[in-house]
Design a protein around this ligand. Structure first.
Ligand code: FCB
Length: 464
């Protein structure tokens, strides 16, 4: 059966209101290239890519999709998809080389031109201020585990805001602080590749502090009202069984993955159970007086990045409840479903579950899906088309899941597909393709895949 035919009707039938925002998303380091042009200095990702074995195939973002030189062509491509909005990120080391001091006019000018190009095309620019490209000098000075980085981030944010606030309505501070803190400082599979638990816990707090400082500074300087937000990656953390150990593992996973971000952001406190868990191992968030008031400063939209849900067990494969360091086991067990090329399970029903849960536990916070999508091993057919039915099915089932959540009361106001283009997928390099538009990295030719055409037609049908 053709999966497109199977799932497309359910999307067309549901009620996405006219004001629902349809968009596509990218990030600076993943597409721009031009890493040494117009005054840009290295970010932690430029450095990390040079570490042998850190990135698959030794890939790096030096050229990526060459978007820096092809921006007008890419904006035209976005327009051809019929979307309302484009979510992109600003490269900190382009705008403020070295992470301190005045703005670099040439770096800012690129985003200035892009905003104008988008507005001329009738596309709403959604700015993300930080999608992981920390200036290397700030990492050398301690990185996110150092408190000063939060203040540096707020200063940098104001350089961008001052230039763009007259034309940009939506500013999002951070993309996925969990990845910055956890993958970057605890697991070490993302830049800067450190493996230090306490550093990761400090990074969480300083990322959140940076978000709050930047949001307050932007709001204080605005000459007209804006929409401020932050984007978190979230899944679902269900216990693998009803055992006490598995339920406790799911609690820990949910606490470390979702609640340590959303509880301080919304309620001005870290979750008590996680604070107690950390105390058990002699660790704590480095909170100073007034921090939680800053972190819980109001914002208008929560960006949700969803890829899959997980189950958690409190025992390892040998049935042990603690690891060699005496820490409780929190073992991910992926749901038994078909997988994407990332080996991520395909779990649209968990998407509904997550959105309904956010609505229940953090009410009154408008949600926008800022990323959702899938990597598959695409093949370019002899006629040049890319028939990515698997990706189309993924998008269709996940849009239906959003519609289900809306029907259950979740206030979801928009959906951005990840990603506009195949791009540099972090530690996986160019091996994993998430684009709805295919990129031939030898020629830089862009070819909309079937999924892009399906999305375009679906938006048009829903709106007709
Ligand atoms: C998210 C990132 C994004 C992309 C997707 C697949 O975690 O925000 O840059 O890598 O995953």
């Amino acid at each position: 059966m053709n999966p497109t035919a199977r799932f497309a009707p359910s999307v067309a039938e549901v009620d996405f209101p006219p004001a629902f925002t349809w968009g596509v998303a990218t990030s600076s380091y993943q597409i721009e290239g031009a890493v040494a042009e117009d005054g840009r200095t290295p970010s932690i990702w430029d450095t990390f890519c040079r570490v042998p074995g850190a990135v698959a195939n030794g890939d790096n973002g030096d050229v990526a999709c060459d978007h820096y030189h092809r921006m007008p062509e890419d904006v035209a491509l976005i327009k051809s998809l019929g979307v309302d909005a484009y979510r992109f990120s600003v490269a900190w080391p382009r705008v403020q080389p070295g992470g301190r001091g005045p703005a670099n006019p040439a770096g800012l000018a690129f985003y200035d031109r892009m905003v104008d190009e988008l507005l001329t095309a009738g596309i709403d620019p959604w700015v993300t201020l930080y999608h992981w490209d920390l200036p290397q000098e700030l990492e050398d000075a301690g990185g996110w585990p150092a408190r000063d980085t939060a203040y540096r981030f707020a200063d940098y944010s104001m350089l961008v805001f001052d230039k763009l606030q007259d034309r940009v309505d939506t500013f999002s501070t951070l993309n996925e602080p969990w990845c910055s803190a956890w993958l970057g400082y605890q697991v070490g599979v993302h830049a800067p590749g450190r493996r230090d638990h306490d550093a990761a816990i400090s990074a969480v707090h300083h990322l959140l502090l940076g978000h709050g400082l930047a949001t307050q500074a932007m709001r204080a300087a605005e000459t007209r009202p804006h929409t401020y937000g932050i984007t978190l990656n979230m899944g679902t953390a269900d216990p693998a069984s009803d055992s006490a150990a598995d339920r406790d593992a799911a609690r820990r996973a949910d606490g470390m993955g979702t609640r340590i971000y959303l509880d301080p952001l919304r309620y001005g406190r870290y979750p008590a159970d996680i604070v107690a868990d950390l105390a058990q191992r002699g660790s704590a968030f480095p909170v100073q007086d007034g921090d939680l008031e800053i972190i819980s400063t109001p914002f208008e939209v929560l960006g949700v990045n969803f890829y899959f849900g997980q189950n958690f067990a409190g025992t390892d494969e040998q049935g042990r409840t603690h690891d060699e360091n005496g820490e409780p086991v929190v073992r991910s067990i992926l749901p038994d479903t078909p997988r994407t090329a990332m080996d991520w399970p395909i779990t649209p029903e968990r998407f509904t579950q997550l959105l309904v849960r956010l609505h229940r536990d953090y009410p009154g916070l408008p949600l926008v899906i800022t990323e959702n999508g899938a990597a598959f091993a695409d093949e370019v057919a002899a006629d040049g088309t890319v028939r990515d039915d698997d990706r189309t099915e993924y998008l269709a089932t996940h849009l239906a899941a959003v519609a289900d959540a809306r029907a259950q009361g979740a206030d979801v106001r928009g959906y951005f597909a990840w990603s506009l283009l195949d791009n540099f997928e972090w530690a996986y390099g160019y091996a994993k393709r998430f684009g709805i538009v295919h990129v031939d990295y030898d020629t830089q030719q862009r070819t909309p895949k079937q999924s892009a055409l399906w999305l375009r037609d679906t938006i048009a049908r829903i709106r007709s």
